[in-house]
Design a protein around this ligand. Sequence first.
Ligand code: PGA
Length: 259
Amino acid sequence: MLIAGNWKMHTTSAEAFTLASRICESVHSDGASEVVVCPPFVSMRAAADAVAGSRIMLGAQTMFWETQGAFTGEVSADMLLEFGCRFCIVGHSERRGRFGKSDLPANLLAYFSETDAVVARKFSAALGAGLIPILCVGETEKERAEHRTEQVIQTQLNAALCAGTDARFVIAYEPVWAIGTGDVCEPDEADRVCAFIRTAAKKAGTSEQFQVVYGGSVNAENARALLERESVEGVLVGGASLKPDEFSKIIAIGDEIAK
Ligand code: PGA
């Protein structure tokens, strides 16, 4: 069971230290689930200091695939490993330029414009460096309405998993329409799509060492129903991971179900 928090572009260093410290204080030190928080790069040091010696692990929200060089503004896997990062989110829909709800015109929405090919490079670079990538896949509202959910996810998976790997990774089913909207996916449907992802990833000939988690408007109220489903092996939490009491409740639910 993996409970991961994506802090997105929230928390200065001081805020990250406080948030991570409060999460550490309110979770059991020996719970059965794995817990990861993913702060912004510049708050990583503060978060690392706060979680030192605790069960909370660190992840990054993205990375670049090259090890070093003239790539202004980018961060390599080695830079993340130096902070003790174990995980790295890759291909989040916000980085792919796919948003559930936004007032921005289409040409501005794609400001990061990550393609499947870019995500695939990040995925294999993370694995190669010894990080555990959390690969985000999922359909938009329009794609769901057109009954293209499986097709879209299959394409996203094929691109990233084509290289094959024996190392551990995580796939997060994050329906774009559920992210930051409060419109959580029905647990039965999340379970069905997570099961589809498991089968598809196995067919792609990858290692057995992967988990499939759900993300999109997860909170302390709906986490149990999701985590109790057989194919949902964890959650990737955005907004609710910024509230230490709420995130700790989700962790406690994960610990209970993981026992
Ligand atoms: P949310 O974000 O929980 O705020 O919907 C989830 C995510 O983007 O990973």
